[in-house]
Design a protein around this ligand. Structure first.
Ligand code: AP5
Length: 218
């Protein structure tokens, strides 16, 4: 099964992907996480992506498509498929993905479109904290750690992403509307989109996400 998560920054894509990966035995491929890994390893791609990410702009399609196609080749190994989180994010990326999957005899089974009001996104993104050691994800208000700014697993201090500041978030939201939102019509025309209300609690969103995936799983 191939699942795509679509939605603006802070919509809850990463949160929901982590919750549903185990249930359906899927790998989680997050383009943002892969780019952050490239940056921490100081690769050429990481260095090239840095300026775009820190200013809230999209990394150019040719770099992203090459990076994701490489990851997708092995993504489903030992699993029942994979989830794409944050890719595709432009019509160009979506077309390249469709062509590549078709060539391999595959297709996207469902696109889960998390819909969240713009007014909620900034608070969600600026309050996000994570643990660099175990990957634990938190929010200062909606999903706080037991002890202030400390990982519940005892790993130590939580960190905040460099691009999770108010100014960059506003630019990311603007770029989402200009470059990524057109994908909603693109997938609506293809008939494989499932719109999910992402304004409600994490658990309530999860129920809708699972209902959507179950429908296509048969
Ligand atoms: P990326 O890392 O993908 O960032 P993003 O799309 O901006 O998405 P986020 O990770 O901010 O949000 P999310 O929807 O995953 O929210 P989360 O679940 O964490 O990309 C970063 C950058 O990389 C881009 O700006 C771009 O430069 C580049 N890039 C990546 N992919 C690219 C591509 N394909 N093409 C070009 N460039 C690319 O939730 C956020 C917070 O809210 C958390 O704290 C969570 O606990 C909380 N939360 C989640 N759900 C709820 C809820 N229902 N109620 C209350 N709180 C909630």
């Amino acid at each position: 099964m191939i699942v795509v998560f679509l939605g603006p920054p802070g919509a809850g894509k990463g949160t929901q992907c982590k919750l549903v990966c185990d249930k359906y035995n899927l790998s989680h491929l997050s383009s943002g996480d892969i780019l952050r890994r490239e940056r921490s390893e100081n690769t050429d791609l990481g260095k090239e992506a840095q300026g775009y990410m820190d200013s809230g702009k999209l990394v150019p399609d040719d770099l992203i498509v090459a990076m994701m196609m490489k990851e997708i080749q092995t993504a489903g190994e030992g699993k029942d498929g994979f989830i794409l989180d944050g890719f595709p994010r432009t019509i160009g990326q979506a077309k390249e993905l469709d062509a590549s999957l078709e060539k391999a005899g595959n297709k996207i089974d469902i696109v889960l479109n998390l819909q969240v009001d713009d007014g909620k996104l900034e608070e969600r993104v600026t309050g996000r904290r994570s643990c660099a050691k175990c990957g634990g994800a938190y929010h200062t208000v909606f999903s706080p750690p037991k002890q202030d700014n400390q990982c519940d697993a005892g790993c130590g201090e939580l960190t905040q992403r460099a691009d999770d500041n108010a100014e960059t978030v506003r630019s990311r939201i603007e770029n989402y509307h200009a470059q990524t939102a057109p994908l909603v019509d693109y997938y609506t025309d293809k008939g494989n989109i499932c719109n999910v209300d992402g304004n409600v609690t994490i658990d309530e969103v999860k129920v809708s996400v699972i209902a959507g995936v179950d429908k296509v799983q048969g």
